[in-house]
Design a protein around this ligand. Structure first.
Ligand code: SF4
Length: 507
């Protein structure tokens, strides 16, 4: 939306107003919204359409009272009870003026200040953890949304496959279509919506933060109990005396109880079993099969495919349990006179151990961490000397939160943060068509520290005023309203003072 503004009659309100909250600089007609649907023209006023979200520090289930129905007594307002998040606060791009809200309130007897803004992040992305053994795709394989490459498969973690999505290369470094598809997928993922993704040379998946992932149309139920070797370690003693051999099939480390150290220490007798694959250490085998969506994250549908002919030490009637790392696949065999395994019905005596593996698996979930660099111009909305904010964050005098949710700050330069999107209030993220994500960010510190880092002290307003609907004098837009949201259970209250050198954390 970059057309010229409509001419106006002298004395009349312009029919279009200009939003300067992002580089797109929309001209917005009366009654219409800008390109991002975040700002609108209401009677010639620029209005931020999503209500300002205020966290309440309450654990009970009593219904939240709408702000307009409250009888505020400003003198009673404390930063221990309310926290103004950046959600719905607006943006001050390119930060030539102070952040939309700079609010002051006492917390545990300390005068604290929270600086609140909706940051526009071109340098941002999502790290996605998918709890599954199933092979989603080779490391470095492109991940696509709407057919566009928006990221890649990265290193697997213990029981989980990892995706690295977004980032400035996909948002701005490719075609317009790639940038839009990347932004749309990140926005949906960060707002806890389901997103369909395909992996080159791998699976089709559906991912939603906090929900079970869907792999090739099948909803994943369990995260594995451990690798094959760890499973042997956990359950060897429970299998002793019930079966002659156990193989836990795993794409990474397949375990064999009679050879494994866990078997040795309980005097498990050798069986003459031979496993295809690369022997790492006794009873631990790598690369027994290709990765896939079969047994234990391999491509196996028949686990016997990983066995070579048995050595002479084996005997007819030898019993063998083969099981996957989730217990989802399990089969029982006995060797015939030719020392060939023949599948038999799973004996009752082994059922509890397979069930125990399943019981020890956690529910499979997809997790989404928003990751972004806040080391750019938005710091100017906080202080006249941007690097002093970076130093204050790095020295933990300033606490950073996203929509009130805790963040992890990476060591090293800049303010590079990661936040669990499920800990944020609903629909905390927006976008602008540059394309970039809009994410809430708050900086909280003592008033003394804020003054010391060159903060915009002239723009500080009491928390009580913000709760009553007042806006900072630097704001050139109206707020659509305010809404209260209860802080998430178990998350630290965002306004607490940070840790000073020599002090213990306040929480
Ligand atoms: S895209 Fe949104 S934030 Fe950017 S100028 Fe248009 S209305 Fe304003």
């Amino acid at each position: 939306m970059t057309e010229a503004p409509t001419k106006r009659r002298p004395g009349a309100k312009p029919e279009k107003i200009r939003c300067d909250a992002c580089p797109v600089m929309c001209y917005i007609a009366e009654g219409r919204a800008g390109a991002c649907d975040r700002y609108a023209n209401e009677g010639g006023d620029l209005v931020r359409l999503d209500p300002l979200t205020i966290l309440e520090n309450r654990e009970d289930d009593t219904p939240l009272v709408p702000f307009l129905d409250r009888d505020w007594d400003g003198a009673l307002v404390s930063g221990e009870d309310h926290f103004v998040t950046a959600i719905g606060s607006g943006t001050t791009y390119p930060d030539y003026k102070p952040a939309p809200f700079i609010v002051a309130a006492p917390v545990r007897g300390v005068d604290m200040i929270t600086v609140v803004t909706e940051g526009i992040f071109s340098y941002c992305g999502a790290k996605v953890k998918i709890d599954t053994d199933r092979h989603l795709g080779p490391e470095c394989a492109p991940v696509r949304a709407e057919g566009e490459v928006i990221g890649h498969v990265t290193t697997s973690e213990y029981g989980s496959q990892m995706l690295s999505l977004g980032g400035v290369e996909h948002l701005t470094g490719g075609s317009k279509k790639e940038g839009r598809a990347t932004c749309a997928a990140l926005l949906a993922l960060c707002n806890c919506e389901e997103v369909a993704l395909t992996i080159d040379g791998g699976a089709e998946i559906a991912v939603r933060a906090g929900a079970a992932p869907v792999v090739n149309g099948v909803r994943e139920e369990r995260m594995r109990v451990g690798c094959g070797s760890a499973t042997i370690g956990m359950f060897a003693a429970q299998w002793k005396g019930l079966v002659d051999e156990v193989v836990v099939v795993d794409d990474h480390i397949t375990g064999v109880v009679s050879e494994h150290q866990a078997g040795k220490v309980i005097d498990w007798a050798p069986t003459g079993i031979r496993i295809r694959g690369r022997r790492s250490t006794p009873g631990r085998y790598f690369q027994v099969a290709e990765p896939g969506t079969g047994w234990g994250g391999t491509n196996l549908t028949d686990p016997l495919a990983i066995l070579d002919p048995w050595r002479d030490a084996a005997w007819p009637g030898l019993s063998l349990l083969m099981v996957s790392t989730t217990g989802e696949n399990a089969a029982y065999y006995e060797l015939n006179d030719d020392l060939v395994p023949v599948q038999k019905e799973m004996p009752e005596r082994l059922l509890p151990s397979v069930a125990r593996i399943e019981e020890n698996c956690e529910p499979a979930l997809a997790s989404v961490l928003f990751m972004a660099g806040a080391g750019g111009s938005l710091r100017s909305g906080v202080t006249e000397n941007p690097v002093s904010l970076t130093r204050s964050v790095q020295s933990r005098l300033t606490r950073v939160t996203c929509g009130g949710a805790p963040v992890t700050i990476w060591p090293g330069g800049g303010i590079t943060l990661m936040a669990d999107v499920t800990q944020m209030p609903k629909d905390a993220f927006g976008y602008v068509p540059t394309p970039a994500l809009v994410a809430p960010i708050e900086f909280t510190m003592t008033a003394e520290d804020y003054a010391a880092l060159g903060g915009h002290m002239d723009y500080v307003m009491p928390l009580s005023e913000a709760l009553k609907g007042a806006t900072g004098r630097q704001l050139d837009h109206r707020l659509a309203g305010r809404r209260a949201e209860r802080a998430k259970d178990g998350t630290p209250w965002p306004a607490l003072p940070g840790t000073r050198r020599g002090e213990r954390a306040a929480q």
